[in-house]
Write a protein that binds this ligand. Structure first.
Ligand SMILES: Nc1ncnc2c1ncn2[C@@H]1O[C@H](COP(=O)(O)OP(=O)(O)OP(=O)(O)O)[C@@H](O)[C@H]1O
Ligand SMILES: [Mg+2]
Length: 380
């Protein structure tokens, strides 16, 4: 196991190429992944996740910066000398070998005795559910099955660092959930430092000890799932992490819509103009309202907190929950539907009120820089 440190790590593709413009895939990334930690890189397509993993593995070289394993610089070390185990985004199975040979290959090249290889392959095949496929060739497998073979090949030995690039992306929803649990179980039983890449924020949130959120080659925030969710560093992190995504309002616009903001809980002494306010759908609740524009005229459940008038435009039913899109003065806001509305008494097109059920998680950002504002404004 190892502590992995990135210091100012930068990767530029195509810098010397004549045809296409250079792409700064990683821009001065600095972070430390602790020994035995389950650490995820998350972010949208093209943000630099795979590049970060390839640099740690030694498959690409950094243009600037230092990568260390346990404090020792590894920039110039060959991949085979870094003792990492990789699952590629593109599987990269050996087509001429059976599944059994593919999975056992990392042990064979390390000259592990045959009997030990057989035992290890059987163990890992059972844990990812590919026991019945061991004698097939990769071309005779589905995409999801190939992905599990690639995962098994990485898990068959205990390296210093596991590097996994979207290892569950081709599995069906149920298998994906099962594999998430299985990977966590394997990690808990044997906590090898694991660097995991995913574009799925929910996967990152549920599996990781800590998460690095990336955007356009830059590290936006690094922290525990709770830190990232409750105190997002900027508007990008707030909008990328969470499903359904957070709602944003310009502060001045929201100030004109908000009714019953008696305690100033939304603005907390900050001037609404220049503020961008983030409200998560799960902290908002839609209820019926007969007169949404007149202060105090709402009907339905009694409310003492701030609320926003609007018109229900769309309802999404996930089975477990119902979400409503409410048109609030020309801006759509997504909120949880509960009570009488959930029972079908409120229809699309009806006027409603959106209550801010929990005011603890209101996010406040500087509207121009999109950076988070401190939670307790200074009183002058
Ligand atoms: N070999 C390469 N040559 C040129 N550009 C590259 C190369 N590899 C990656 N890039 C570019 O670098 C950026 C980061 O790519 P990377 O593969 O790290 O993204 P990613 O976050 O893994 O995305 P995805 O979720 O789609 O896999 C992208 O703009 C990509 O086009
Ligand atoms: Mg990738």
């Amino acid at each position: 196991m190892a502590v992995v440190t990135l210091e100012g790590v930068t990767k530029v593709f195509g810098a010397s190429g004549r045809r296409s413009a250079a792409v700064r895939a990683l821009d001065a990334i600095g972070l430390t992944i602790d020994d035995g930690e389950f650490f995820s890189f998350v972010g949208p397509s093209g943000c630099g996740k795979s590049t970060a993993l390839h640099l740690i593995a030694g498959l690409e070289t950094a243009d600037a910066g230092t990568i260390r394993f346990d404090g020792v610089r590894v920039n110039d070390l060959e991949p085979k000398d870094r003792d990492v185990s990789l699952v590629f985004q593109s599987y990269a199975l050996y087509p001429h070998m059976s599944v059994r040979q593919n999975v056992g290959f990392p042990l064979k090249v390390r000259r592990v005795p045959r009997r030990e290889i057989d035992t290890a392959v059987a163990r890992v095949a059972a844990s990812v559910g590919i026991e019945s496929l061991l004698d097939r060739r990769p071309r005779a497998l589905s995409g999801g099955q190939r992905q599990r073979v690639a995962l098994a090949r990485a898990l068959v030995r205990r390296p210093r660092v596991f590097l996994m690039d979207e290892p569950l992306s081709n599995l069906d929803a149920r298998l994906r959930l099962e594999m998430r649990t299985e990977l966590k179980r394997i990690h808990q039983a044997s906590p090898v430092t694991t660097v995991y890449v995913t574009h799925d924020q929910e996967e990152a949130m549920t599996m990781s000890d800590r998460i690095a959120v990336m955007h356009r080659g830059q590290l936006q925030q690094c922290g525990t799932p709770a830190e990232i969710y409750r105190t997002p560093a900027n508007c990008f992190v707030a909008s990328f992490m969470g499903s359904p995504p957070i709602n944003f309002f310009k502060g001045g616009f929201l100030a004109r819509l908000l009714l019953n903001d008696v305690e100033g809980v939304v603005f907390r002494g900050l001037a609404p103009d220049g503020l961008s306010v983030g409200l998560r759908p799960e902290d908002l609740s839609v209820r019926a309202s007969s007169s949404p524009t007149a202060k105090g005229a709402a009907t339905g459940a009694a409310t003492t907190g701030p609320w926003i008038p609007g018109t229900l435009r769309f309802v999404e039913d996930t089975g477990r929950e119902r979400w409503g899109d409410v048109d609030c003065g020309g801006q759509m806001i997504r909120a949880r539907i509960s009570g009488s509305v959930a029972n079908g008494r409120t229809q699309v097109g009806q006027t409603v009120a959106v209550d801010i059920v929990s005011t603890e998680n209101i996010q406040r950002f500087d509207a121009s820089t999109e950076r988070r504002l401190c939670d307790e404004p200074k009183v002058s």
